[in-house]
Design a protein around this ligand. Structure first.
Ligand code: PEP
Length: 258
């Protein structure tokens, strides 16, 4: 059975940036979405802004996401936030397994898999990050490392409606460096093959985002690579104009009637 065409998605990861005054930036993003009808747009602010942003984005084309969640729905986990709490605050998506969580908080593939299950339980779209280090790539291990992360981080029964993969080479995040389009094509092709082998038609339909130093100047080149279904954007997503310009790669040409 042929899978449905994949609708592109651009997600902005604000990381630990933003105060209540940043609502003005979100308002600019929302105001710029009127002709972005062919792409899904998600903004992931810090947890402190989630409810405020979700309320502001209600009824717009912008969806709001969290940056992480705990695997448990509730309990004695000081400082953590559950998927259910994100949902309750108005989020419809959550990033899990970002490299800054994996390296800064020791999260393993098994931890990430548990968080993906938590997202599913709460009805959130999980954006699952995987990516190799500079040393892995230099050692010719990039494909093996990313393949293993993919296998270990995704739970059985995942569907295109509840899961997105984000390939983010660690050395490209925040560095201004990006892989070549050929390297991106090779990696996304491998990810697609593994998703299809494991999940069948669902795997064909899952979106695979590229992330790592995406900006307006390189977005078109990266987004037009085969099996790249959008972008996870860090630094550039903090500016409405830059995020909209990246998403604008997917702007449909105007239809002229004669
Ligand atoms: C990220 O951290 O997910 C990311 C892609 O960051 P940047 O775009 O700043 O490289």
């Amino acid at each position: 059975m042929a899978s449905a065409p994949r609708r592109p998605l651009v997600a902005g990861n604000w990381k630990m940036n933003g105060l209540s005054g940043s609502a003005a930036e979100l308002a600019r993003i929302i105001a710029g979405t009127h002709d972005l009808t062919a792409v899904d747009l998600v903004v992931c602010p810090p947890a402190t802004l989630l409810a405020q942003f979700a309320a502001a984005a209600r009824g717009s084309a912008v969806r709001i996401g969290g940056q992480d969640c705990h695997a448990e729905p509730a309990g004695a986990f000081t400082g953590d936030i559950s998927a259910e709490m994100l949902k309750d605050a108005g989020a419809s998506a959550v990033i899990v397994g970002h490299s800054e969580r994996r390296s800064g908080h020791g999260e393993t593939d098994a931890d990430v898999r548990a968080k993906v299950l938590a997202a599913r339980r709460a009805g959130l779209l999980a954006i699952v990050c995987i990516g190799e280090s500079r040393a892995d790539r230099k050692a010719g291990q990039a494909l093996a490392v990313v393949g293993a992360q993919l296998d270990g981080s995704l739970p059985d029964g995942a569907s295109a409606a509840d899961l997105i993969v984000a390939y983010e080479p660690l050395w490209a995040i925040g560095s201004g460096l990006t892989p070549t389009p050929d390297d991106v094509a090779e990696m996304h092709g491998l990810i697609r093959q593994r998703l299809a082998a494991r999940f069948g038609t669902a795997g064909q339909g899952m979106r695979i985002l590229y992330g790592g130093s995406v900006k307006p100047s390189n977005a078109a080149e990266l987004m037009h690579v085969a099996d790249v279904d959008g972008a996870l954007v860090g630094g550039a997503s903090l500016k409405a104009g830059e995020l909209l310009s990246i998403a604008g790669v997917y702007r449909q040409p105007p239809v002229h009637s004669d």
